[in-house]
Design a protein around this ligand. Sequence first.
Ligand code: SAM
Length: 279
Amino acid sequence: RDTHFGYQTVSEEEKGEKVYQVFENVAKNYDLMNDSMSLGVHRLWKDWLIHHMNPTPGTKLLDVAGGTGDIAYRYVDYIRAQRDKMVRKKLKSQQNLSWSEISRAYRPEEQRPLGGSEAVICDINKEMLKVGKQKLQQLGYSEGLSWVAGDAEELPFDDDKFDVYTIAFGIRNVTHIDQALQEAYRVLKPGGRFLCLEFSQVNNPLVARAYDLYSFQVIPVLGEVIAGDWKSYQYLVESIRRFPPQEEFKAMIEDAGFFKPLAHLFESGFLFPFLLHHS
Ligand code: SAM
């Protein structure tokens, strides 16, 4: 069967191979390009996702299409901050210390254990995983993280294993989105949550015009100048255009069995986050 790769019609097999090539090509420059293309705003979207996930110590996260680990390290930071808060509160109530005494006695930078929290970063692309693992190791993250090469359409995990499944700017690259959603449902525990960040259609005509100019005229040029790779960035732009509109995607997520969508919480026009619950 045929599908698309950007605006090209390709066979389903070919799409997988081409997507693999794109991310193999961009892996080394991926983080730099993300910052340049979004002027750093992707960081805020990812922070927003973790804030809404609000993981607690013990939460098991699967980050699919996890790339260079941006969701995973934010998750670790968030859990650490939660634990720090808990320990400080406990110290305050048990030992009746002042907050400044607690600050002296307890230093969060000593990096407390994560208390059974665990994040698995799963991505089909070994190069992206390699770059991500090196980055996070250099930044001092390793506890609680594992890196697994795997396809969103056929996840190498048992049923009912995770509390939260995230996929950030990944699902539009998958050949069979419905299959990936079914897999998300399968690996989540009952009551688990599906959180997705993806670009989508811009409804405001003025913003749409500005966005068209930026994405077609600027992004591939940036790709060429910074990473010497026009084509990969042209694909990334085109893949956003071919992604189903918000309502259609929401219906697909619900078809996979999820409910209680909070999809309209926040719609910037470019970004459309989906947070849904496993039934
Ligand atoms: N989530 C990361 C982020 O937000 O920075 C990376 C997003 S990057 C735009 C898309 C990622 O999806 C790439 O790392 C790519 O290898 C991965 N990907 C593409 N198809 C996939 C599939 N079928 N299964 C798992 N990962 C896939």
